[in-house]
Structures are given as C-alpha cells and as structure tokens.
Design a protein. Structure first.
Length: 235
C-alpha cells in the first residue's frame, strides 16, 4: 500500500506499523487480472486482510498481499504464504485442487512493517501465522469484496450506461480526461470500466513516479487520483 496526496490534499495512509502481533482475518481473494512485469504479462490475484487496528477515520485497517500467480508449485509465493498462513503445508489432496476462496474468513495474527521506496511508504506483512486463540478476530462487515462492487454511476465514477445524453454531458473534468497511453489510448477515463481504471491506478501511476511528466501525463495522473479516491483504491 502506498501513501500519496492527491490534488485535493487527501492522503491514503498505509496501515500503521505494529509493535508485535495483531489479529486479522482474510476478507477477500481478488479476481484474477493481468499484470505486466519484467517477466512479461501474467495473471495475478491478491489476498486482502482486515485487521483489528483502527485508523483515524475509525475504520478497521486493511492490508493487501503481494500479487500471487494461481500456482501451487512448491516454489510459488502462494504455496509458501499459504503454509505460513495456515501453519502447515498443503496435503496431497489439497495439492491436486485447492479452493483459495476457502481462505476467506480465516483468522491470522500478523506483524506489519513499513518499507520506504522512492519516498513512498509501503505497509508489508513481515510475519504471519494462524490465530489459534480462543477469540480470533472476525470481519467487521464493512469491507466489500472487489468482485461484488457495483460500478459507480453518474456523478461519481462514470456516466451511466445506456444514457441518451451527449458523451460528456454531466461528466466532471477528470472523467473527460483522454488516456494517451496503453491499449485504451484515445478513450476518456470515464469510458473505462472499474477494472480497467484500477489497472491504470495500480500499474501506470507507479511507473511514472520520479519521472519528468508531460502535460498529458499530469492530466491523466490527476484524473486517476480522483478515480482512486472514489473507488477507495490505494495509490
């Protein structure tokens, strides 16, 4: 998770560091999506944890895992982390087929540490184990799974589908911003679905960090930060 201020001055703060173990629970297994890395394109997903820590807005803390490939190979990060989370390795039956969705609601204890990269602060899980106490943490119910989030409609994220109004009528300036990079080049931010916008937030925004920006870069950056605020997506 990163910390950054948008043009309105609002900050997305990382989960606070912990002095020791805190209780948490897995609340989401995100849908597979394509990620471009130095190793090429690959499908990945993340686990999302809700913790007992309360932030300044009186909400429970959230943590995102590293991106996992859907592989149970012994050297795969998913296999290694499942062993830590559950306190044991997969058995033979689980090796042949394991439903990662079954991890939702699984209670854990973990330690959070911060790492600073290029002047940004990331919250990372430095240690994790199953919570075998008599009173494990249970989800508050405030988190909504990524797959269940409805597309935000006119006046917030994007113009409603099926509208007979002119293309830009009722849109805010950031929704009209034209994308000048990638496969959506030439489209407005408001024309994209939520998944496509989140991909730009999570992949394109970090790629321009520390670089000299063109005017088009700055406009798109500000538009995506507005969208991230509405979608409650860290950037």
């Amino acid at each position: 998770m990163k910390i950054a201020a948008n043009k309105n001055g609002k900050e997305f703060a990382p989960h606070p560091e912990t002095d020791g173990l805190i209780k948490a629970v897995i609340v989401d297994v995100t849908p597979l999506k394509m990620m471009t890395s130095s190793y090429g394109d690959r499908e990945v997903f993340k686990l999302v944890y809700e913790t007992e820590a309360i932030d300044e807005s009186d909400r429970n803390g959230l943590l995102w895992s590293i991106p996992y490939r859907p592989s149970l190979n012994e050297r795969a990060n998913l296999r290694k982390d499942l062993k830590r989370i559950r306190g044991r390795d997969l058995n033979k039956e689980e090796e042949s087929e394991f439903d990662v969705e079954s991890m939702i609601g699984f209670p854990v204890q973990l330690i959070v540490k911060h790492e600073i990269k290029e002047d940004r602060t990331y919250a990372q899980i430095s240690f994790i184990q199953p919570d075998k106490s008599d009173a494990p943490y249970t989800a508050s119910g405030t988190y909504k799974r990524v797959k269940d989030r409805e597309e935000v409609q006119s006046g917030t994220y994007r113009k409603g589908e099926g509208s007979a109004a002119p293309e830009n009528e009722g849109r805010q300036d950031w929704q009209k911003t034209i994308i000048h990079v990638g496969k959506h080049k030439g489209l407005a931010v408001g024309d994209l679905d939520e998944t496509a916008v989140q991909n730009l937030i999570e992949l394109w925004l970090p790629s321009i960090e520390g670089k000299k920006l063109l005017a088009a870069d700055t406009r798109l950056k500000e538009a995506l930060e507005e969208a991230a605020t509405l979608l409650n997506t860290p950037f």
